[in-house]
Design a binder for this molecule. Sequence first.
Ligand SMILES: [Fe+2]
Ligand SMILES: [Fe+2]
Length: 269
Amino acid sequence: MPNHSATSLSQAACSVLLEPSVEGKISLTQEIAEQWSNGSIADIGSALPPNRPARPARPELLPPRDMPKRNARGDKGRIALIHAIAHIELNAIDLAWDIIARFTAYDLPRNFYADWIGVAVDEARHFGLLANYLSYHGAAYGDFPAHDGLWEAAEDTYHDLLARLAIVPMVLEARGLDTTPPTITKLRDVGDNHAADILATIADEEIAHVAAGVRWFNYICEQQEKEPTETYQALFKKHFKGQLKPPFATAAREQAGFSADYYQPIAAG
Ligand SMILES: [Fe+2]
Ligand SMILES: [Fe+2]
């Protein structure tokens, strides 16, 4: 297993981004979190994260338009669905370390870093749950192509932490709060309680990730004397290419401190 010799948190974060294997990213994530909590990594430091994180040779990454259509019915369709979610979780591990490494010039409180380390640990565990499902069904991460749209959001917000928070936790992860419960219902309807239980755990834990996004977004808005809801809406229009589609999981969003004042004015339809 890889280990890192970083002396600062931002360097340690880069070691995850530069590690190509999934197992390596997961073990480094756990190791760094442990070293942060026992104090052997204490400095935030500064580092230059790579433009793109290293990734395993498989899955093949395709532009979203070239992805094969997924048939959601049948065992194979469910395995492909869980594979697609595992790919999202792997991106989420890298995104958590990227936000730690990239914005050190903002002089943020230590709790900012503690929050995203916690997110990285959660995402690594989520990946592990999904990988177990795949292996139980004779499959593995890498067996299907995956789409490469997810890192685009990161690339587009390299220079602006408010934009990163607006797009990643407050659009993409919040979207997961909306879409996961109906997927869980469909999985239960076809009797796949194993997949449904995993997604229920993930859906529950993702609320805290959206909450961290909203909390730090509001914190930085206050420091920059910006009005949070209008700032969110302007950043959404500037950086997000798609539409913000209802229905919204209003209660879960509310639980994350994400009230409709932010997103209702820019909702599609
Ligand atoms: Fe996750
Ligand atoms: Fe998350």
